[in-house]
Design a protein around this ligand. Structure first.
Ligand SMILES: Cc1cc2nc3c(=O)[nH]c(=O)nc-3n(C[C@H](O)[C@H](O)[C@H](O)COP(=O)(O)O)c2cc1C
Length: 318
């Protein structure tokens, strides 16, 4: 597949980012994706700066290829995590950002020669980011696993492509070559996938969580946090059903207090990843889970997705 100048400049073989998933995307997964020719991205989530430093060391020990870090802007450790990334500027090729506006950190990253690629849920945010001078944006639809916006990928991507004159990467609901081909047809230059990499052999989430993604059908995801704030797409399990029941009950009160529900959610992704417990763990995953039904190496995933996209696109110009 012929890559756009932007993807060529990242020195990649495939126009595919592996989403920087909190607690899931560690140094091992990121290095495996980068070694196979995609962009591996370590998810820093709410982890401490020490954990992030450790995962960067792990990635560095496993690959000489470029890799990135996802910075979760809502993290209480965001400033210390960014300090670590800046110290590691010779190893970190790019930063993707989630849950907010990274403007205040942009100058420091640019000075360190680290590219900044925010995840955007709307054309408005995409325009603001382009004006601020980011290198590209990831337009992520609400089909995706994890925290979500309101737009669907199909509607969001072409509108973001029209709104900005920087490269657009599509995310949300892309699980195979047809999704990659469709994204290119919508004007994106590449894609970011999360859910498909959850089941990669090199992804070390708890086997019970992985099995749930492999077995999930199309309608097996729920959105938690619709009432309590910060909506997130997860697989249906005891934890997510309880969470939604609690928050709905609270929302019906004249003075809702969501602190109990928030308590339930705190650390729930980490528990899912580390213990697999479906009672207290959030199995974050996207609507494309129904299509993701075999465990493969990241190299097989990248090759299969790209080959299928090439076949799907056939003679179309892209
Ligand atoms: C378990 C999980 C955790 C995630 N954590 C983050 C995160 O910390 N920061 C972020 O920007 N995106 C996060 N995402 C979103 C992914 O990076 C990616 O954009 C998304 O999964 C793409 O949609 P898909 O799941 O349909 O492939 C997460 C997704 C999943 C499934």
């Amino acid at each position: 597949m012929e890559l756009s100048p932007f993807f060529k400049s990242l020195d990649l073989r495939y126009p595919i980012f592996q989403g920087g998933m909190a607690w899931v995307a560690d140094g091992r997964l990121a290095a495996a994706v980068s070694n196979a020719g995609g962009m591996g991205i370590i998810g820093s989530g709410h982890a401490s700066a020490d954990i992030v430093r450790h995962e960067i060391e792990v990635a560095k020990s496993l690959t000489n290829r470029p890799f990135g870090i996802n910075v979760m802007l809502l993290s209480p450790h965001v400033k210390e995590v960014i300090k670590v990334i800046l110290e590691e500027k010779n190893s970190v090729a790019l930063v993707t950002t989630g849950a907010g506006n990274p403007s205040e950190y942009l100058g420091s990253f640019q000075k360190a020669n680290i590219r900044v690629i925010p995840v955007v849920p709307s054309t408005g945010m995409a325009r603001i980011m382009a004006r601020e001078g980011v290198d590209a944006v990831i337009a992520e639809g609400m089909e995706s696993g994890g925290h979500i916006g309101r737009m669907t990928t199909m509607a969001l991507v072409p509108q973001v492509v029209d709104a900005v004159d920087i490269p657009v990467i599509a995310a949300g609901g892309i699980g195979d070559g047809r999704g990659l081909a469709a994204s290119l047809m919508l004007g994106a230059q590449g894609v970011q996938m999360g859910t498909r990499f959850l089941v990669a052999e090199e992804c070390h989430i708890h086997p019970q969580y992985k099995e749930a993604v492999l077995k999930a059908k199309d309608i097996d995801t729920l959105v938690t946090g619709k009432y309590a704030g910060h909506p997130a797409r997860v697989l249906k399990n005891k934890m997510s059903v309880d969470f939604i029941r609690h928050e709905k009950t609270e929302a019906q009160k004249t003075e809702p207090d969501f602190s109990g529900v928030e308590e339930l959610g705190n650390g729930s992704l980490r528990r899912a990843v580390q213990t697999g417990d479906p009672v207290t763990g959030s199995y974050m995953a996207g609507e494309i889970s129904g299509l993701v039904n075999k465990e493969q190496t990241v190299a097989e995933i990248l090759e299969e997705v790209t080959n299928q996209a090439d076949k799907t696109l056939g003679g179309y110009a892209h």
